[in-house]
Write a protein that binds this ligand. Sequence first.
Ligand SMILES: Cc1cc2nc3c(=O)[nH]c(=O)nc-3n(C[C@H](O)[C@H](O)[C@H](O)COP(=O)(O)OP(=O)(O)OC[C@H]3O[C@@H](n4cnc5c(N)ncnc54)[C@H](O)[C@@H]3O)c2cc1C
Length: 148
Amino acid sequence: MIHRIPSSEAVGLKDDFNGPICYTPDGNPLVGPAPGLKNMWLAEGFSFGITAAGGTGHYLAQLMTQGEAEIDMASLDPRRYGPWMTTEYAARKNEECYEHVFILHHPDEEREACRPLRTSPAYDRQKARGAQFGQVNGWERPCARRPG
Ligand SMILES: Cc1cc2nc3c(=O)[nH]c(=O)nc-3n(C[C@H](O)[C@H](O)[C@H](O)COP(=O)(O)OP(=O)(O)OC[C@H]3O[C@@H](n4cnc5c(N)ncnc54)[C@H](O)[C@@H]3O)c2cc1C
């Protein structure tokens, strides 16, 4: 690090840590307003937070000062998770994310770990009739076609 960033030699680093990389269940960080708290903003849950740091700061500052960013930040909104998410769901989805880091992704792909978690009363009937499901906020919902 000192070789790559010579100024780090003089900043007085006292310690360093190695630990597990942070993942969220869908692999996206949590960037935006903290659920249920006023004037509290999150930028966390990054698996690649060094490379994402500059852009995150730029667009989060727009969100905080102007109410919206010039790009769509919905897929990063911390409010996409709630009390419905179980510890097991978080753990298994994170493992699934990690398995997918270095493989090819398809648009709108649906991943299978820890499903179904939330189902409507019609779920069993839909499934019996051959419905294919996608997942939104933990809910299984029938799709017109099998995505991915
Ligand atoms: C093994 C590993 C490999 C990685 N590889 C890459 C990679 O190749 N590319 C990439 O882009 N990213 C990589 N990452 C991810 C990247 O390191 C993180 O996403 C990034 O460092 C997160 O930055 P941050 O500022 O959000 O949090 P952190 O760097 O975790 O900073 C949070 C700081 O807050 C401090 N803190 C915590 N609680 C308190 C408190 N109560 N009061 C005061 N201070 C507090 C902590 O001590 C820490 O210094 C890797 C991570 C790991 C663990």
